[in-house]
Structure formats: C-alpha cells, structure tokens
Design a protein around this ligand. Structure first.
Ligand code: HMG
Length: 389
C-alpha cells in the first residue's frame, strides 16, 4: 500500500511581535482576558518589507534541498491574504527559491481551511504520481480593525509541508469527514484590507462544524475517538481549540473538565499562543507544536486534525505519526525564530497596521527592515518586487 504523508515541514513568521499586554494597556482591557479568556500572549506582525510571499519562501527554503527540487511536481499555495486577483502567490516562489520550470503552481482559497484542502489535493496528486512530491504552503496575515474585538486575535505565519510517498513525520489515513455550511461569520470583501467578522456567530459556526465533520467521518467508517492519542485544531486563538476539543469529546459522550481539556491540547498550542492567528497555517503550526513539544513519544500514534475555515468549510482527517519522526523536526529553529522577533511598541504596531501601499503604479521602495532571506522590496508599474538576499 502506498504511504502518503508529510515528509518535512517548517514554519516562518513575521519580523515583529506585539505582546498582548501592550494592546491590553492601550485598550484598557484586563490582560487576563487575552491570556486566559482567549489563550493568547502575543501576535506576530510583518515588517514593511515582508508579506505572505516572503514568509512562504522562508518557510519553504529549509525543506527544499536540491534533490527535493528535482522531485517537486506541484506547489499549492493556500492563503486568504492574496496579493493578486490573477497570479498565484506561489509563482513568485519559483524565482525566489529557484524552483524547476516543470511544475504546476496554483493558489487555493477557502478561508483558514484552504491549506487542509491543498493537503488533500496534494495527497491525491501523490497517489496519481508517487515519484513526485508536492509543496503545500499556508501563508497569511490575520488583520482586523483596530480597537475591534478581533484585534487581539491577529497574527502572521507561514507553514510549508512537503507531501510525498515517503512520509517521515505523519502518514495520513484515507478516510476524512467534511462539512460545508454557507454562513456569513467572517469574510473580507475585495475592497477591504481587514476581515469583517461576527465573532459569536463564527464560534458557533466552528463548533457546529466540529460536530458535522465528526459525524461524517464516523458515517464513513472513521476510527473511534478512543483510537486518538491527540487532536490538533485550527486555532484562531488557542482557547478555541479548547472549545472544539470539549465539543468533540461531548459528541463522543465524554464530559471533560477544563484541566483535562487543557492537558490534552497543551502541546498543540505552544506556537499559536505566540504567533496569533495565522489562518491557513494555524492548524499545521498546531501539528508541529505537538510533534516538537509533546513530552510523549508519539511514534505509531494516531493524531486527529480538524480544519475549519469561516464561510464555512471544515474537514476532519487523521494520520499515524512515523517512527523516528523526532529526527526530522525543526523545533530548535522554530523556538529561535520566535525568540528572534523584534518587539513592537503599541505606537509602531498602530503605524504598521494603518500603513498602505501606493495603488497608482508609481515606483515605491520599502525600507530595509527584515533580516530574513527574502524581502518584499517595493513596487513598480503595478508589480511587486521581491529580493532574495
Ligand atoms: P469578545 O467579545 O471580545 O470576547 O470577542 P468575550 O467577551 O466573548 O470574551 C472572550 C473570553 O474571555 C470569554 O471566555 C470570557 O469569559 C473571557 P469564554 O466564555 O469564551 O470561555 N474573559 C476573561 N477571562 C479571564 N479574565 C478576564 C476576562 N474577561 C473576559 N478578565 C472573539 C472574542 C473571539 C469573538 C473575538 O476576539 C473575535 O471576533 N475574534 C475573531 C473571530 C474568531 O477568531 N472566531 C473564531 C472562530 S472562526 C475561525 O476560527 C475562522 C477564522 O480563523 C477565519 C478563517 O477561517 O479564515 C477566524
């Protein structure tokens, strides 16, 4: 039987972070609402010369060794922070990462669910052409109106996943449960740089989807709840994973106490507490957080993954952690990446939040701020200009 799963994976994030204590001070809110009520401590933010393309390139670079590039068949770029209505953000990666010409590249969209959709497409592509690997990327900047209730749940990150027939981290099971429900809980019209959200509706849409995907997964003969060692959830804020886990357990007749919920999902929330919402990347940074921070050996254990994208579409899927996975992780790099971010003051954050780029095609240079391998250098003739350092 063909084994299909994740061979390698890495996270990248923005140059900056804002401690939520700064935001709480400014907004006159008890910071415990953020720390405890939302389960968030910080959020990442992109510098003037960063965007979803530079974060995606930084996430993908470490997993694209020369021999991997020659085996690459497709790049699937999931995002809801698109930079162009026509050209896929993934195509820019060809120049930045020196990717081969004989690859297919597309952008995938359905709110935060898009990277899970891309992953399912990638599995189908590998099943069709097992000697080719697929690079799946989720890259987003989550941006809400300043002063609104969504503001503390902003964030930025990219995750790159190498999907292949030689998985070293997790091998996926074929059965998945899906659920779509046309809802206006969160959306971003083309003319808006910030998302519109009905916060309470979005939470109940997510929890309805938890039940919906699980019922579909069970109806299709999926593994029982008791088979799972851990569950990873999409984390718009980490407390949402707690709500989702409690709901899934209840759906299986198990009433968990708050400490039990916390204990069972704690290792999946280590990165997202500090990254903030990274939309498409969030579920997969939860998976890497689990693999890199759980104190149990998860080899051979079944993990459940629940992706939710507002609007709304959700999927529950699962996989078995590969024996020896510890030798293929990048936990130290990810800790370093978080530690290396530069702390923002509230004033600088506000300036970056409200900054806009020219739309008249004039030549414009971004200041040199970020220190990573890739820069969004500026604009000319309505084109984005990127640089690899
Ligand atoms: P809010 O109205 O400011 O917060 O918005 P609240 O009053 O509901 O409080 C939040 C929690 O903090 C509550 O706990 C309070 O009790 C607690 P809960 O009842 O939920 O357990 N609290 C405190 N705890 C300790 N000390 C205190 C204190 N004060 C209050 N002093 C909301 C919260 C999440 C709605 C808002 O931040 C928001 O709209 N966020 C954006 C939308 C969102 O993240 N929705 C989640 C589901 S939708 C989703 O996941 C998809 C998404 O990622 C987008 C996509 O798919 O592309 C968003």
């Amino acid at each position: 039987m063909l084994r299909i799963g994740i061979e390698d994976a890495a996270i990248a994030t923005g140059h900056y972070f804002l401690p939520l204590s700064e935001l709480a001070d400014h907004n006159g809110i008890d910071v415990q609402k953020y720390y405890v009520g939302l389960g968030q401590e910080q959020f990442s933010w992109v510098a003037e010369d960063e965007d979803i393309v530079t974060m995606a390139a930084s996430a993908a670079q470490p997993i694209l060794a020369p021999e991997v590039k020659t085996e690459l068949g497709s790049v699937l770029f999931a995002t809801e922070t698109g930079i162009d209505q026509s050209k896929s953000a993934g195509v820019y990666l060809q120049s930045l990462l020196d990717l081969p010409k004989n690859i297919r590249v597309i952008e995938v969209k359905q709110a935060c669910y898009a990277a899970a959709a891309a992953l399912q497409l990638a599995c189908a592509m590998v099943a069709r052409e097992p000697n080719k690997k697929v690079l799946v990327i989720g890259s987003d900047v989550a941006k809400y109106e300043m002063g609104g209730t969504g503001e503390p749940t902003q964030g930025a990150a990219a995750v790159a996943l190498l999907v292949s027939a030689s998985p070293k981290l997790i091998e996926f099971d074929a059965t998945t449960g899906v659920f779509t429900n046309d809802t206006m809980d969160f959306w971003r019209p083309n003319y808006s740089t910030t998302a519109h959200v009905d916060g309470k509706t979005s939470i109940s849409a997510y929890l309805d989807a938890v039940k919906g995907v699980w019922q579909d997964y069970q109806a299709k003969g999926g593994a029982p709840y008791s088979d799972f060692a851990r569950f990873c959830y999409h984390q718009p804020f980490t407390k949402m994973a707690a709500k989702a886990h409690r709901t899934l357990a209840l759906e299986n007749g198990i009433r968990l106490t708050s400490p039990q919920v916390e204990e069972q999902i704690a290792s999946t929330t280590v990165y997202n507490r500090r990254l903030g919402n990274s939309y498409t990347a969030s579920l997969f940074s939860a998976l890497l957080s689990l693999l890199e921070n759980d104190n149990q050996d998860l080899s051979g254990k079944r993990i459940g993954l629940l992706s939710f994208g507002s609007g709304s579409v959700a999927e529950f899927f699962s996989g078995i952690v590969c024996p020896g996975y510890q030798g293929h992780l990048r936990g130290k790099d990810h800790q370093q990446m978080l530690a290396d971010r530069v702390q923002l003051t509230y004033e600088k954050y506000a300036e970056l939040h409200e900054r806009s780029l020219p739309t008249d095609g004039s030549r414009f240079q971004n200041p040199i701020v970020s220190t990573g391998a890739f820069r969004f250098a500026g604009l000319a003739d309505h084109k984005r200009l990127y640089e690899a350092r």
